[in-house]
Design a protein around this ligand. Structure first.
Ligand SMILES: [Zn+2]
Length: 297
């Protein structure tokens, strides 16, 4: 058995609470119940992982709740499913930011307008051509320079590397945002802005259509969100599901992340790694605090 927090195997019995056995980790010092659940959760982790999987594969929260009862015999309210989605999408979103995908550097940008709770919203996304890795996605109320810059910056943050070329739709102007984010006066690392017009547009048409397929799927999930913050969080979760959990047909069953050299796959591993990452981060902070106190003394 491994520690729920830091994944090391150095654990020992440590008393009990209400007749249930506790163990303590010698590495991170956490004390927890010896069962197959995530830290501070009552429900088995397979139930939580399944809920997250089912939701991001397109089931509504109501249907997820019903499926959990049918598959696991667990009564889980819609509110609880909703809380899990928010909690673990946020946790894993922080963790995947620490990973560095190896991308082809040919980024395809697209955006589409959708009806969201009675008003129009913009959906933006940028996909790396060879790996199909989703480097950025965004939900915004307008299509302004500021929004465009935000998408471009997000993509740079995710990839941690400048692309070779950025492919955009020829019908909208991206030059200002592009220059703001990607311009360099040096000859190396120069990014090419390619507008999809004429022959070029026909050549990349298939690619763009496939992009739109994923976009359409996503908008199905995003509809009906009243709260902008939760919509954004769920969008991040969807991006994680797309990059790290779902096998891609054109990648011979691999995920875009695997194609980009990251072996981490599926929500279970993502959540475990995220918790481990957080624990190690806390440990390091504590250690630094201790050292700081010692220096002062
Ligand atoms: Zn531990």
């Amino acid at each position: 058995m491994r520690c729920k927090y830091c994944q090391t195997e150095d654990i020992k019995p440590s008393g009990s609470v209400n007749g249930r056995k506790l163990v303590k980790c010698n590495n991170c010092k956490h004390r927890f119940m010896e069962n197959d659940s995530l830290p501070k959760m009552r429900v088995n982790k397979h139930v939580i992982v399944s809920a997250i999987n089912l939701y991001y594969e397109g089931l509504s929260v109501r249907k997820v709740s019903r499926q959990l009862s049918e598959i696991f015999g667990e009564k889980v309210s819609q509110m609880t499913v909703w809380k899990w989605l928010q909690k673990y999408s946020k946790l894993v979103s922080g963790y995947v930011k620490t990973l560095s995908p190896q991308l082809s550097g040919k980024w395809h940008h697209d955006e589409t307008v959708i009806r969201c709770d009675g008003r129009n919203e913009w959906f933006w996304e940028m996909i790396d051509e060879d790996t199909r890795f989703l480097v950025a996605s965004l939900l915004s109320q307008d299509r302004t320079l500021k929004d465009t810059i935000e998408v471009f910056r997000k993509a740079l943050e995710t990839s941690k590397q400048r692309p070779q070329a950025l492919f955009v739709d020829g019908s909208h102007t991206y030059d200002r945002a592009f220059n703001k984010v990607f311009y360099t006066r040096y000859k190396v690392n120069r990014v090419e802005l390619v507008k999809r017009v004429g022959i070029r547009a026909r050549e990349t048409n298939n690619m763009v259509e496939r992009l739109h397929e994923t976009l359409k799927e996503r908008t199905k999930i995003m509809r009906g969100f009243k709260n902008e913050d939760s919509a954004k969080l769920i969008l991040e979760g969807y991006a994680i599901n797309y990059n790290y959990a779902r096998p891609h047909l054109s990648l011979k069953g691999k995920t875009p992340a695997q194609e980009a050299g990251i072996e981490v796959k599926g929500w279970k591993t993502l959540i475990e790694n995220a918790i481990q990452n957080e624990t190690i981060g806390t440990q390091a902070n504590t250690q630094r605090a201790v050292e700081a106190v010692q220096v002062v003394q």
